[in-house]
Design a protein around this ligand. Sequence first.
Ligand code: BGP
Length: 465
Amino acid sequence: MECRFPEGFVWGAATAALQVEGALDEDGRGPSVWEVFLRERPGRVFGGATPAVACDHYHRFAEDVRLMREFGLTGYRLSIAWPRLFPQGDGPLNEPGAAFYHRLFDALTAAGIEPNVTLFHWDLPQALADRGGWENPATVRAFVQYAETCYRLFGDRVRRWSTLNEPSWMTLHGWLTGLHPPGRRDPAAAARVSTALLAAHAGAVQTFRQSGIPGAIGIVLNLSPVLPATERPEDVAAARLADAILNRWFSDPVLHGAFPDEGLALCRDFGIAPSPDETARATSPAGRPDFLGVNYYYPTHVAADATATAYHLNTSGARGEDCALALAGRFRSVRNPAGRYTDWGWEIFPDGLYLLLKNVHTQAPALPLYVTENGIGLADRLVDGEVHDPERIAFVRGHLAAVHRAIGEGVPVRGYYLWSLLDNFSWSNGYRKRYGLFHVDRATLRRLPKDSASWYRDVARANGF
Ligand code: BGP
């Protein structure tokens, strides 16, 4: 065998509530910011898609758990929808909403599949947004209360919790590019929100530890190795700054209890540096995680010569349409001339996963790591009742080999959750960009295993390939 993984390595797949559940108005669930945002600005999502039905996982979860078991998965990363438990964000618990997760965790337990639960994957209750959302400290308090309820309700079956999913991506798009709710372009608000998210994380970790409920708690960060376009000192410095903003603004407080100097200096230049109080709450030692979840999709190549601030995300899958990220006078992302790219303009670079796992390990040598998301969005096609996706198999194989190499060099990577279990609502990309091991027919919602599902099953069963 080329790559044999350690005993007990978790072979998982990941989803998020809003992307798969559907049933948004059922059993007392309140609206989240996403539905309201999309109602107000339908043009924001490719094809005008909505998450109203998504994969109908809310009604089909039993079938989905059965598929996971049949296809050899030993772990499932999912998120709980805050507005299902607390339609108003705080206040009384919505029992029917909680009952859904009881059913789901019971089914997973019976199938021998370990849940890895993210408390917040971007679906903020709209009621809290109406009161200022993450810019109101009451939202941080409501989050900690919601987290505590989850530990109490589900802590007998859930032993692995993550507070937040990708606070960096959420802040970038919610408050800088405006692509995600609340659709703002306000750097000062972005800075405030980033500190509130970190404070919410620290509060939820502290509450978990105080609860005495057994298990581990961490956070899921999207990390992208930032590589200078050339070895010129200005490009190297630009890459360091981009790394501080994109990665270390969230990982440094969590791992080291401080914001990165380059990021702070940039914030000071813009007059938006966090106050001492905000900094203390955001960098609290209470937020040290038991493990780190790493989401990796692509690397970022950076040059210094940025003439204008710009952002572009390819949401259509039109081949050749580049994604772009630039901050005037500081850095801009550049295409790697030697790189291979998906139709959505994301570079395929398995070594990036190796580099970042090694890098995190150097920073926090004792910290167990999980790859909590990694996968490839493709315009998969159903032909004669089958989906052949050799590109996905090659992608996952390459990235698993990178994980294996890191493990071989002593990095404690404990599991891999492929994004995603099902073709789902891919945020701004709607439904065209498909990530699933299982194809979901948009008309019938029928699940069909792709070639990659069978391949992944064999890898999981053999514990390697
Ligand atoms: C991450 C999110 C996931 C997922 C994935 C793929 O940022 O945590 O929810 O969607 O990216 O991204 P996308 O669906 O935008 O292509």
